[in-house]
Ligand binder design. Structure first.
Ligand code: SAH
Length: 291
């Protein structure tokens, strides 16, 4: 039986309806499922974290390839289905929780204690619920210290914003945050007929390898600065920063700073590269005596 047939069977057997509220779109294309685990390049010492296993379509591929997986699913209806489907597998732990509400690293540690084993890498492999893509990704990238790689299906538009070039309309806070925290690549696109029910949008699988490669002296200042700068992306950056009361700097102070660093006073947020942002923010930090 292929995944499409299995999905139909489960839906009938358990009388399941995809729950829109939870962003349920079940992946039914076996060649795509195979490609996702291939991109994840699962190794002996990897712990896999799947967010939103749903009926278990991707989970089946994961459990066959990996030593151990933690599955986090918000919908309590899925528990019974998953336990039945994977009754022959003993290499997983299913957690019925909201991914946004838990401390992921605590669960990883708990599993490691139970197994008396320390995993070398933790990889997130998932077809994410699209309505909360960015909060999930920020949580995985910023909050967790244990996650090393993230291989996920998301909406194509969001994937494009993550890897955008400056001066494009996709370029923004998400681009800068992702670049600051990881090396990001779009692996392949996935048409909407690979799912049931069909989502309205085209999807993409992206791979993020965590890597802090830039020398940002004060992270908080950097995050604050890019949020203020992009508050009004079409405006001159000094005006956006001033209207957001960025560190209460006056327009004159902001102009002086840009001038000193060799930028035009007409610069707009979308024109600057991440290196430009870091240069500016580190200079502000220095002037403030690195509080
Ligand atoms: N992995 C499955 C299902 C993907 S749909 C497949 O590819 O077929 C997204 C899944 O995420 C659904 O199962 C949904 O119930 C789950 N989900 C939605 N919000 C969640 C949250 N906050 N925490 C954990 N899981 C969530």
């Amino acid at each position: 039986m292929n995944t499409l047939e299995k999905t139909r069977k489960i839906i009938n057997e358990y009388n399941i309806k995809a729950n829109k509220k939870f962003g349920q779109n079940f992946l039914i294309d076996d060649s795509i499922l195979e490609k996702i685990v291939e991109v994840a390049d699962i190794q002996e010492n990897d712990l896999i974290l799947e967010i939103g296993p749903g009926l278990g379509n991707l989970t089946e591929y994961i459990l066959k390839k990996s030593n151990y997986a933690i599955l986090i699913e918000i919908d309590p209806k899925m528990e019974f289905i998953l336990k039945n489907r994977f009754s022959n597998f003993h290499n997983y732990k299913l957690i019925n929780e909201d991914i946004l509400k838990i401390n992921i690293d605590d669960f990883i540690e708990k599993v490691e204690k139970e197994l008396n084993k320390k995993f070398q890498k933790v990889k997130v492999v998932a077809n994410l619920p699209y309505y909360i893509t960015t909060p999930i990704l920020f949580k995985l990238l910023q909050e967790s210290k244990r996650i090393n790689e993230i291989i996920v299906m998301i909406q194509k538009e969001v994937a494009e914003r993550m890897v955008a070039k400056n001066k494009s309309k996709e370029y923004g806070i998400l681009t800068l945050m992702v670049d600051y925290l990881s090396d990001a690549n779009i692996c392949f696109l996935v048409p909407n007929d690979s799912f049931i029910p069909k989502p309205e949008v085209t999807s993409a699988v992206i791979k993020l390898v965590k890597n802090k490669k830039y020398d940002v002296k004060e992270e908080k200042l950097f995050f604050e600065f890019i949020h203020s700068a992009f508050a009004q992306r079409r405006k001159k950056i000094v005006n956006s920063l001033e209207s957001k009361h960025f560190r209460n700097m006056t327009k004159e102070e902001l102009n002086q700073l840009l001038e000193k660093l060799g930028y035009s006073l007409n610069t707009r947020a979308e024109e600057l590269t991440i290196q430009d942002y870091i240069k500016i923010v580190n200079a502000i930090g220095e002037e403030n005596g690195n509080e």
